[in-house]
Design a protein around this ligand. Structure first.
Ligand code: AMP
Ligand code: MG
Length: 514
């Protein structure tokens, strides 16, 4: 759901004490699927749940009363201490390639799907608790989540939604009053996640790996009904499903690239079928532009580096295509035809990704018409940014001012270690802008809607987490969330949020924290 409006409730204390009950109109279509698709398991109650935040706009978009959600009874549900009427909690089964190695059984080891709600937009959404205790899929883990990663997911997923990127959302976060053991002990927390669904490439792999073709077919039919309804009308619905997933992913990854977003752990179990950004772990937005950038502490080979993301996404989609071969065979009549069909579908990824990226780059540069050489102009700027460690977000944002008037050039050139590198580029850009018919102001406005002023910068996210974990101070969290919820709207007084980290503030590594 892309409602960037995020007026939110800060804490339960700020609300009227509400004794009206919170009502979820849960439906449970996933629970109607065969029993080996999931395990029925309730969340494990926690010692002392306390509300951190309810996302008011999102709650309303799901037909929920935000005040009731923030009530004592609401918080008990959000913490997993009470199961809402009509909820049938499930842990979903899935497999996945983690860093290229196949694990036949992963599954929700610390999450419960509570049920599905119909949004006011007519879309069905999963409501999931993350960090809600062990399940039969937990194996070694404790089933819990630490406060830091919960806040990170809340902030970054809401920022992505406000930036217009398909993503899961954060409906609420609570602390548990319990400690979780990681490198040290940290406060525990539970995130309520909203997703178009939690179907992953890894869900298909789970069944395909055991040769359970019937389950793959049921899952594919479910995915079509839920996310790709037009595919049902196609002569080859499974091919149409594959085409649809590939297309959404090509556009999704293009958007990541255009914002400098690094997912960090694009395992196939974190690769959604709906085409949403899923599972915010060691994710980060890069500052200095560097195609090889990696933040995740466990990504030693750079498999999930910024520049590798399109390639890895296609690798993941290839794994999806493999799982669909048996149903494609039923559809096409032979093994050879199924393979040809899958390959044809996969071949469409690159051109779609490239077209989406090119269109986005053109917009970032204020080029509203299409000319030969546009892409080279953009690539030339990116090369110069990389060589001069220019901040990705701020360079493009300041370029909006430079589009309005050449007086803006000074602000951009300062971001390059050698400002002459920008001077040499800007001449060509200005010449190209002469082909455009709109006014400089219109162009700058369009650019300001493509180039955010505010992204969740790593050092600020870290500071937010530190204040919350170390001092139970959630004010910095509130403030950052408010800022990144209006990323394109530059406001005085918020300069700190638009400014890259100074060398001593720089955060170069992020951790899964699971
Ligand atoms: P993730 O890194 O969050 O994508 O998780 C990968 C797999 O590890 C999933 O099957 C999770 O359910 C599982 N997992 C992650 N953290 C925990 C935990 N604290 N307890 C149990 N399972 C976990
Ligand atoms: Mg995951």
């Amino acid at each position: 759901m892309n409602t960037p409006d995020t007026s939110e409730i800060a804490s339960s204390a700020a609300l009227d004490s509400d004794h009206g009950s919170v009502r979820f109109s849960f439906e449970n279509t996933y629970a109607r699927l065969p029993e080996h698709f999931y395990s029925r398991v309730n969340p494990t109650p926690v010692a002392a749940p306390r509300l951190i935040k309810v996302n008011v706009a999102l709650a309303r978009g799901l037909g929920l009363d935000p005040t009731a959600l923030a009530s004592e009874q609401g918080v008990e549900i959000l913490a997993g201490n009470r199961v809402a009427a009509r909820s049938e909690p499930l842990a979903l089964a899935y497999a996945g390639h983690q860093f290229g190695y196949f694990v036949p059984q992963l599954g929700d080891g610390r999450a419960n799907l509570l049920g599905e709600l119909m949004g006011t937009d007519g879309v069905r959404y999963d409501i999931q608790l993350k960090g809600s205790g062990p399940t039969p899929f937990s194996r070694r883990g404790d089933g819990r989540a630490a406060l830091g990663p919960v806040l990170r997911e809340y902030i970054v997923s809401e920022a992505m939604a406000a930036l217009g990127v398909p993503t899961t959302r954060a409906l609420a976060a609570v602390t548990t009053g319990e400690q979780v053991r990681r490198e040290a002990f940290f406060p525990g927390a539970v995130l309520t996640r909203v997703a178009a669904s939690h179907l992953r490439v890894g869900t298909f792999q789970y069944f395909a790996a055991t040769g359970d073709v019937e389950a793959v077919r049921i899952l594919a039919d479910y995915a079509i009904a839920r996310h790709y309804s037009a595919a049902a009308e196609s002569k080859q619905p499974y091919r149409a499903l594959l085409d649809g997933v590939i297309s959404r992913h090509a556009h999704l990854v293009a958007q990541w690239m255009l914002l400098g977003f690094i997912h960090g752990v694009m395992n196939t179990d974190n690769s959604s079928i709906s085409g949403e950004t899923l599972d915010y772990g060691p994710c980060a937005f890069m500052e200095a532009y560097d195609p090889q950038m990696v933040f995740s502490s466990i990504d030693h080979q750079g498999r999930y580096s910024y520049g590798n993301q399109p390639r890895i996404d296609l690798w993941n989609l290839t794994r999806l295509a493999e799982t669909l071969l048996p149903v494609l065979e039923q559809e096409t009549g032979s093994k050879e035809a199924a393979l040809a069909s899958a390959n044809e579908a996969l071949a469409a990824f690159a051109p779609q990704f490239e077209a989406s990226q090119a269109a986005g780059l053109r917009k970032k540069l204020g080029l509203l018409t299409e000319r030969d050489g546009d892409l080279e102009l953009a690539q030339d700027l990116l090369r110069r940014m990389a060589a001069n460690r220019a901040d990705f977000t701020l360079t493009f944002r300041r370029l909006c001012d430079a589009a309005a008037s050449a007086d803006g050039d000074d602000g951009v050139r300062k971001l390059f270690s050698d400002p002459a590198a920008y001077d040499a580029w800007v001449v060509g850009w200005r010449r190209r802008l002469e082909d455009e018919s709109d006014s400089a102001e219109t162009r700058a406005d369009v650019m300001r809607r493509a180039n955010p002023a505010y992204i969740p910068r790593n050092h600020i996210v870290e500071a937010v987490i530190e204040a919350a974990v170390g001092q139970e101070n959630f004010q910095p969290f509130e403030e950052l969330l408010e800022v990144v919820s209006h990323p394109y709207e530059e406001r005085p007084g918020l300069e700190r949020y638009a400014t890259p980290a100074s060398p001593d503030e720089r955060v170069l590594q992020t951790f899964c924290g699971t």
